[in-house]
Write a new protein. Structure first.
Lengths: 225, 205
């Protein structure tokens, strides 16, 4: 009887040793600034920091893409890259055919003049062959993001004389990163959100940053005029 | 280099093969099919700004079991358990659905008489997770893990050779995924599950 009790006790102790440790999540340190800084027009600090991410109710985000230079394919590739950056299904997007219902519009023309004084422009991707820009319009209240968000990916030269596949792929991923809520550029050349990116996919720093954005309290909510 | 066959699957197959040759003093064979529900503890806890828990919802369960009686009321058995349910992500007190999740477990073990007409059961084997979509923490697929468990069965002989069976199960395994490992998660999560099933058994003398 005593031997059985000792055996049972030993089994329980072994189980307790095995079961005492749980999974340990990696540190998310080593991320860059993502917030949009806007002038604050009241008493107090003169600058306000704004965070945005797509709410779960908006998923999948609807993206309309101008069908030129094979851009829908590049954007689809970028959607997959960013979607795979998340562990818990925080982001998803689909390409739609009707621009009037789109949350994001991607065009292949040089960005026109800013649509309104409240719009900020993230000019980026100074890759030799192509360029990109994304307009973030926080409306007058500063607490709303006007939809659709406009992004531009366009060639600097005649695309028939140069192979711009890599340039378009990188720039589309970069601009889509801005539409996700990464409203700043990284200072690291290895990140796809570097202002002059060469990385073909989100780096570990990009992923840590965008993960943080999607679990950070938001100050901007999407609105449609 | 990854082994061709996962160690957990090898263990499980070995145990099932062990059951295959009928012992000389075989008393009877019993086949049971049962339906019920399985509840599980969380699969994962993460910390991004605030805490995030990933936990299966209570899942409908199908258990298929084959038992061979031995001398002195003991027996050996093999059990296939299938659960199919949702996975929820809980953060700041708010839950949302993620992928659907199916688990298939195969265990082999021993059983014997217990008190008040019940039978105990112990088993070890393997459990495999099948997510409905390969994304997020399941981007590289679902894991296969070693599982161990115990349980109690009670049966009523309503119309021989058939009987009604109620079975309670507890099992334990550890959880991680290839995607979590590649993201820098280390160690594995302790997962405890309990199941209650009702079914019918057929005694083949």
């Amino acid at each position: 009887m005593i031997r059985r009790l000792l055996l049972a006790g030993a089994a329980l102790a072994a189980f307790a040793v095995i079961a005492c440790s749980d999974i340990v999540a990696p540190s998310r340190f080593g991320r860059y600034e993502w917030r949009l800084f806007v002038a604050f027009d009241s008493l107090g600090p003169r600058e306000d920091s704004l965070t945005f991410h797509w709410p779960a109710s908006s998923l999948p985000v609807k993206i309309w893409v101008e069908n030129q230079y094979g851009m829908p394919g590049f954007v689809q590739h970028s959607i997959g890259l960013w979607k795979n950056a998340f562990l818990y299904g925080e982001y998803d997007a689909v390409i739609v055919t009707d621009s009037s219902t789109a949350d994001v519009i991607v065009r292949t023309i040089i960005a026109p003049l800013k649509p309104s004084p409240s719009a900020g422009r993230l000019a980026s991707a100074l890759f030799p062959g192509c360029s990109g820009e994304t307009d973030i319009d926080t409306v007058a209240t500063r607490n709303q993001l006007r939809l659709p968000v406009h992004a531009y990916v366009y060639p600097k030269f005649d695309p028939t004389t140069n192979d711009l596949t890599q340039c378009f792929r990188i720039t589309a991923t970069h601009e889509l990163g801005h539409t996700l809520g990464l409203f700043q550029h990284s200072g690291d050349t290895l990140d796809v959100m570097f202002s002059d990116p060469v990385a073909e996919q989100p780096s570990p720093r990009d992923i840590r940053t965008v993960e943080t954005v999607y679990h950070f309290p938001v100050s901007l909510v999407p609105v449609r005029p | 280099m990854r082994p061709l066959i996962h160690p957990a699957v090898r263990t499980s197959a070995f145990l099932v093969l062990l059951l295959a040759p009928a012992p000389a003093r075989l008393a009877a064979q019993t086949f049971t099919a049962a339906l019920g529900a399985t509840a599980s503890t969380r699969l994962l806890h993460d910390q991004i700004v605030s805490g995030i828990d990933v936990q299966p919802k209570v899942a409908p369960t199908l258990n298929l079991r084959a038992e061979k009686g031995l001398a002195h009321g003991y027996g050996i058995n093999a059990e296939l358990g299938i659960t199919s349910g949702g996975l929820k992500i809980r953060e700041n007190g708010v839950s949302r659905d993620f992928v659907s999740l199916r688990t298939v477990s195969l265990t082999g073990g021993a059983d014997g008489r217990f008190i008040l007409g019940t039978r105990w059961r112990l088993g070890v084997g393997a459990i495999k997770y099948f997510p409905s979509r390969h994304e997020g923490l399941f981007l590289q697929g679902g894991p296969t893990e070693i599982i161990g468990g115990a349980g109690l069965d009670y049966s009523w002989k309503v119309r021989p050779p058939f009987a009604l069976v109620v079975a309670a199960r507890y099992d334990y395994h550890r959880f991680t995924t290839a995607e979590l490992k590649s993201r820098g998660f280390f160690r594995t999560e302790n997962v405890h599950r309990v199941a209650l099933t009702f079914g019918i058994s057929w005694l083949k003398s």
